[in-house]
Design a protein around this ligand. Structure first.
Ligand code: MG
Length: 385
């Protein structure tokens, strides 16, 4: 058994896991969290992430992040920080790779449209859907639905949960993953870290993709303090960057920004953990804010996020494609609900609207577009190539 060495007292330990919903004998060469990671990597939902939109629609270019490359970047950042804090790297990686499995095609536009369609039947939310994917929708085992993952992995995947849903989960699984939302406690430190790594990753790569697409300009992003500071330091150390392609300056700036954020989380969280010194991973769940940026970095990171929201996510060219993406999802939903014979058998259960939502949520961008064309005769992205 390759148990990770040198874990902090408050780190999660596979041997102390609260286990799986269906008990299984241990694997001979992998611990429980490593085994969960492997189950996620081999799932069909994971493979589909490669053709799902992060911000830019998948067909808009080959160099933009997709949900898959985003998840790999989150896992890389999460592992680096976990190593520095002596947290469980494998658990952070596992949660990072699974955290977006429930995302619909076409990014947040797809999720918003599906949520509207599902409003009469309990709505749609991607964190809940990620849990649904690993608990029920993956069908790969003879004796159970889902991947039968450990409590700690499932807890990390369920990042957010409305109280009404938490109450339902608590009834179905007393003391399970819904419980902390009722008690107001935190998930494991590794889950909190995966969440923070997600934020660091998308702030940096959306900036990069925004510049690559031409929707953001270098002058514009250099007004954001976090970017400006690292751009200036890159130019001061390498004046030659001013004459080289702007891509190199941006790459060096983003690299410095990422490093600064990682070191900041290491310092701020290291200090908070030493001060609180929870006795073990369970005691750590009673503390808020142990995994954190310093106040200064938090402020700068929020300013970058606000900038991206206003300048990129709300850019007319982005919102124009999101409107069409929403239309695809809405029309697919209506078409399947009216003619369920178009659905594969496994999605035509007693709860038809939920089956339709599960089927649409699992689609890649290009499959949704093709299926919409097949059912409606209209290709809403015909001009997009
Ligand atoms: Mg994410």
């Amino acid at each position: 058994m390759s148990a990770p060495h040198g874990l902090a007292p408050w780190a999660s330990r596979a041997e102390s896991s609260r286990g799986r919903r269906v008990a299984e004998p241990p694997a001979p060469t992998r611990d429980a969290f490593q085994r969960d990671r492997d189950r996620i990597v081999h799932s069909s939902a994971f493979r589909r992430l490669v053709y799902k939109t992060q911000v830019f629609l998948n067909h808009e270019g080959d160099l933009f992040r997709t949900r898959l490359t985003h998840s790999l970047e989150v896992a890389q950042l999460g592992r680096s920080i976990a190593r520095g804090l002596s947290l469980n790297e494998d658990l952070v990686e596992t949660i990072a790779l699974a955290h977006d499995l429930g995302h619909t095609p076409f990014g947040h536009a797809g999720q918003d449209a599906l949520d509207e369609c599902m409003a009469p039947w309990g709505g749609f939310e991607h964190n809940l859907q990620s849990l649904r994917v690993v608990d029920r929708l993956e069908q790969r085992y003879p004796a159970w639905d889902g991947l039968n993952l450990c409590f700690e992995t499932r807890e990390g995947i369920l990042k957010r949960c409305p109280l009404s849903v938490a109450q339902r989960l608590e009834t179905e699984e007393p003391g399970g993953v819904g419980r902390r939302f009722l008690d107001g406690t935190q998930p494991s430190l590794e889950a909190q870290l995966a969440n923070l790594a997600d934020e660091i990753a998308y702030n940096a790569h959306d900036l990069d993709d925004g510049l690559r697409s031409g929707l953001l300009t270098l002058d514009q992003v250099r007004e954001v303090p976090l970017v400006a500071r690292h751009c200036e330091s890159a130019l001061a150390e390498h004046p030659v960057l001013a004459e080289m392609s702007p891509r190199r300056l941006m790459a060096e700036t983003i690299r410095r920004m990422l490093s600064a954020q990682v070191y900041d989380v290491l310092a701020a969280s290291g200090a908070a953990l030493q001060a609180a010194a929870p006795t073990d991973a369970w005691a750590a769940r009673d503390h808020r804010g142990l995994l954190c940026f310093s106040a200064g970095m938090k402020h700068e990171s929020q300013a970058l996020k606000r900038f991206l929201f206003a300048a990129l996510y709300r850019h007319p060219q982005v919102t124009q494609t999101t409107d069409r993406a929403k239309q695809v999802v809405r029309e697919l939903f209506a078409a399947y609900l009216a003619a369920p014979q178009h659905l594969p058998d496994e999605f035509r259960g007693a709860d038809l609207p939920r089956g339709v939502a599960d089927y649409i949520a699992g689609m890649t961008d290009r499959f949704a577009r093709r299926e919409h064309l097949r059912l409606s005769g209209v290709d809403l992205f015909a001009d997009a190539g």
